[in-house]
Write a protein that binds this ligand. Structure first.
Ligand code: ZN
Length: 248
């Protein structure tokens, strides 16, 4: 358990816009759904950037694999609607092949410069040996590409100069980074009030979770574990992050 300190909880001051970058449709809802609901509830606008179409996911052998990207995008749009997120960018990279390449970094910088977020949430680029699935290679690639985009590319007007010259996208500096899936979280969001909506958002990913019998119980187990690590009273539910203050 970490020392309970007000600074280890909640949304940092001054956040008006947040951007969530993940590898697959459903990653945001599993890792940060309650936090997204908390942000929206506080009047903060939230945008998603989903790097791949999750076309290697699912359990249904009967569906033509070529149909999967459209299904998974539609599910993410439906899940976004549950939480109040309608601005969703799909980068369309291939599931299972994501790398923190310059193409991926440039695409993320483009969205950061358009959205101008103060807070970015992504997946940890560091392998979590306790929970290997949380650090699927695509997740680490999305996290690494996002972290590289945050420092230095998005704030450097001379990085990917075509974004400025051809698209008029000026440099932007992001203040805060939250990493989901981190093995050493140092920050928590109490999601107790929004937990039901988190489960509803996860449920929207029918092709991924349709076969699961006790989604609520599974999600509640994780959220309870996080709340205990955060030192919150029994019965509270939380999501945990590694919070990073980016250089000014
Ligand atoms: Zn994933």
């Amino acid at each position: 358990m970490t020392e309970t300190n007000a600074e280890n909880f909640g949304i940092p001051e001054g956040v008006q816009r947040a951007l969530v970058v993940t590898a697959h449709p459903d990653d945001v809802d599993f890792g940060s759904g309650g936090t997204v609901a908390t942000l929206i509830n506080a009047g903060i606008s939230v945008t998603y950037c989903i790097c791949t179409d999750g076309d290697a996911g699912g359990f249904d052998d009967a569906t033509d694999r070529s149909e999967i990207p459209a299904i998974r995008r539609a599910e993410q749009i439906a899940a976004g609607k549950v939480l109040g997120v309608t601005d969703i960018h799909f980068l369309g990279y291939k599931d299972g092949y994501l790398e923190p390449s310059h193409d991926v970094q440039r695409d993320i910088v483009r969205i950061m410069r358009k959205v101008k977020p103060q807070l970015v949430i992504t997946q940890t680029p560091e392998r979590n040996w306790e929970r290997l699935p949380s650090t699927h290679p695509d997740h680490m690639a999305a996290g690494e590409a996002t972290t590289r985009a945050l420092y230095p590319a998005v704030r450097n007007p001379y990085a990917y100069p075509e974004l400025r010259k051809q698209e008029g996208l000026e440099a932007w500096t992001v203040s805060w980074l939250f990493l989901q899936g981190a093995s050493e979280p140092n920050h928590w969001i109490d999601i107790t009030e929004h937990f039901d909506r988190k489960v509803q958002a996860i449920s929207a990913h029918e092709s991924q979770v349709g076969h699961m019998e006790d989604l609520d119980g599974m999600a509640r187990g994780w959220a309870t574990m996080w709340a205990e690590r955060a030192g919150l009273p029994t019965g509270r539910l939380a999501e945990g992050f590694k919070k990073v203050k980016l250089p000014d």
